[in-house]
Design a binder for this molecule. Structure first.
Ligand SMILES: [Zn+2]
Length: 129
């Protein structure tokens, strides 16, 4: 049964992500639960050397439901069209939703998690989550 194994992997990934970001696990869980098909759409998977090296997605705004932000995350960086990122240069919640979606996709498609220690920008960047 692969299902419980995946659940365990997701759980430990979310815990590691919360520690890496220095935010409460509840906040990371909120973002994980936000990633449903009516709010988050994968635009493109960037595949390189047999692995998913990044992802582009559209995330619906929480406050303005008719607004979608376009977000790209990968090993070398992340970008988002929201104000927090374009003006403030901060790592926003859409980027974190992108990281969570990227990991889920990689896990489900290739049975492989993304390596958070390789995302140096995630460790050093200023957050607004
Ligand atoms: Zn954003």
């Amino acid at each position: 049964m692969p299902q419980p194994q995946i659940e365990e992997k997701v759980r430990s990934f979310l815990l590691t992500l919360s520690r890496t970001l220095g935010v409460r696990i509840e906040r990371v869980l909120d973002l994980y639960l936000y990633a449903t098909p009516d709010k988050v759409r994968i635009v493109e998977l960037v595949e390189r050397g047999g692995e998913i090296a990044g992802i582009r997605l559209a995330v619906r705004s929480e406050k303005k439901p008719d607004v979608w932000y376009y977000t790209a995350v990968g090993y070398y960086g992340a970008k988002c069209t929201c104000e927090g990122n374009t003006i403030g240069g901060k790592i926003c919640k859409h980027i974190i939703i992108g990281v969570i979606t990227w990991n889920m996709t990689s896990l489900l498609k290739q049975g492989k998690e993304i390596d958070l220690t390789k995302l140096t920008w995630l460790h050093t960047g200023e957050k607004e989550i």
